[in-house]
Design a protein around this ligand. Structure first.
Ligand code: NBP
Length: 484
């Protein structure tokens, strides 16, 4: 068999099929393989009919069709299926060949797999692919990490099929070693949870606080999509709110209010806890989905704690403007937190992340794509060492211009009993991060009181630890571990 394929894609579900067709459009010869091999024929006889896509019914057949170094991309369910395929591939590939995992794998699994595959003399890439079905077909955002030596061999394919922004700039670049690509993709998904929750809170206030109809709200989102909030998620929200069911009534009103989740938001929050980075907005977005899933408990409690009149007094157009600003300010906080998280992970794992480059990769193709990410890119281009996005002159100005409206919206929603966990945690973070003094002096005193955990003093250099015998009955021995 003549080795004439540029790459193999394993896994013919929605993502695999669409990526193959996208690669084919860009002139690459792809060989398709799937565990259930009947799906290979199905694909070749339907979606891939008339293309140059080749099919294989076994891994040896697939490998024989590939040019060297062989490139095999897995688009299978994350977890055990990836490990099983890696083991099978190690049996048929050769040193120098490249295994790519394009699924939503946990970054820690990717770190382990890179080491394992490299120990066998092969190269490994773990890459985030974002944009769902449409992205995979027309141009996704691609976030590759793993063995750096593999990148030059994969770059032409990935950059050709990725989304483009501006003057044909690909939304795909090398992210870093080990699990960096999957970490950045995980953070992207966490931020996506946050963005969606913020939009839902804006919708909730407009619906219950302002009494707006779905059509009126759709018009507001259409307006917002012309300004600083212009983004894919605002755009689809506009369209969702305008969509009618078969009977002509708004479809959104008929959808059960319980949200599902697949785990990447939860993983982001777990990782943030490991590093001590307060990604409070993403955490609230994950928990909000959990609260929404407790439908029966909510129905039960709603009978006991009846809500009072949630209507906001005042001018509706003014409120819509205030809500827009509250959403914008909260979004700035969410991305500030997300970037703090990536910086902490990079430090821990020794990744040299290009933060502006990440904003560019997210600028097109993916679910969180937005104009806003262009501003983030500019901020990191100006100052690659920026540790707090809010301190960039543009974002400083922007958030200052929103704070009045933001406080007004959050406080009124709280008074009226409309839950706004993401708007309000964002505001609490903002007030926390801009406080020179927080009440943690008292907290340290409490810890020293009951556990002799020691404290540092304002009037002494950092790193000197003190213990007080608070009750007069304690000993002089302090705890030997001190973690700020
Ligand atoms: P799925 O996540 O639904 O996976 C289906 C594929 O996995 C099929 O090819 C199936 O083979 C294979 N598979 C399964 Br299931 N268990 C297997 C096993 N034990 N061994 C070997 N193969 C196995 O596909 P998808 O929705 O296209 O997503 C692919 C990857 O991309 C996932 O990691 C997903 O999280 C990620 N992703 C998805 C989206 C999206 O919008 N769907 C977006 C971004 C990333 P079979 O046909 O023989 O059952």
């Amino acid at each position: 068999m003549e080795p004439r394929a540029d790459i193999a894609v394993v896994g013919l579900a929605v993502m695999g099929q669409n990526l193959i067709l996208n690669m084919n459009d860009h002139g690459f010869t792809v060989v398709a393989y799937n565990r259930t091999t009947s799906k290979v024929d199905d694909f070749l006889n339907n979606e891939a009919k008339g293309t140059n896509v080749l099919g294989a019914h076994s891994l040896p057949e697939m490998v024989a069709l590939l040019k060297k170094p062989r490139r095999v991309m897995l688009m299978v369910k994350a977890g055990a299926a990836v490990d099983e395929f890696i083991e099978s591939l190690l049996g048929v590939l050769e040193p120098g060949d490249i295994i790519i995992d394009g699924g939503n794998s946990l970054f820690e699994d990717t770190i382990r797999r890179v080491k394992h595959v490299e120990s066998k003399g092969l190269l490994y890439i773990g890459t985030g692919v974002s944009g769902g079905e449409e992205g995979a077909r027309r141009g996704p955002s691609i976030m590759p990490g793993g063995s750096p030596a593999a990148w030059p061999h994969v770059k032409p394919i990935f950059q050709a099929i990725s989304a483009k922004v501006g003057e044909n700039v690909p939304c795909c670049d090398w992210v870093g070693e080990g699990g960096a690509g999957h970490y950045v993709k995980m953070t992207h998904n966490g931020i996506e949870y946050g963005d969606m929750q913020l939009i839902c809170e804006a919708y909730h206030i407009m619906k219950d606080g302002l009494g707006m109809t779905p059509d009126e709200m759709s018009a507001a989102f259409a307006e917002w999509n012309k300004g600083e909030l212009e983004s894919y998620l605002i755009e689809i929200t506009r369209d969702i709110l305008a969509k009618k069911d078969d009977d002509g009534a708004p479809l959104v009103d008929k959808i059960l209010d319980t949200a599902g989740q697949k785990g990447t938001g939860k993983w982001t929050v777990i990782s943030s806890q490991e590093f001590g980075i307060p990604i409070t907005l993403i955490a609230e977005a994950v928990f909000s989905r959990c609260v929404s899933a407790m439908k029966d408990a909510r129905v039960e409690a709603a009978k006991v704690f009846k809500s009072s009149n949630p209507k906001f007094a005042g001018d509706r157009a003014q409120w819509v403007n205030d809500i827009r600003k509250a959403l914008y300010a909260s979004k700035m906080i969410s991305y500030t937190q997300g970037y703090m998280l990536m910086r902490a992970a990079a430090k821990q794992y020794g990744w040299n992340l290009n933060y502006g480059g990440i904003a560019l990769m997210w600028r097109g193709g993916c679910i969180i794509r937005s104009v806003f990410l262009g501003d983030i890119k500019k901020a990191f281009d100006k100052n690659p060492g920026l540790t707090n996005l809010l301190l960039d002159p543009f974002f400083k100005r922007e958030i200052k211009s929103c704070t009045r409206s933001w406080r007004k919206v959050v406080s009124t929603a709280i008074k009226k009993g409309i839950p706004v966990p993401a708007f309000s945690t964002a505001l609490a973070f903002f007030d926390g991060i801009r406080s020179e003094r927080l009440p943690a002096n008292l907290l340290q005193a409490q810890r020293d009181y009951f556990g002799a955990h020691t404290y540092e003093r304002l009037d002494k250099p950092r790193g000197e630890f003190f213990h007080t015998n608070w009750t007069g009955t304690g000993g002089r021995v302090a705890s030997s571990t001190y973690t700020v």
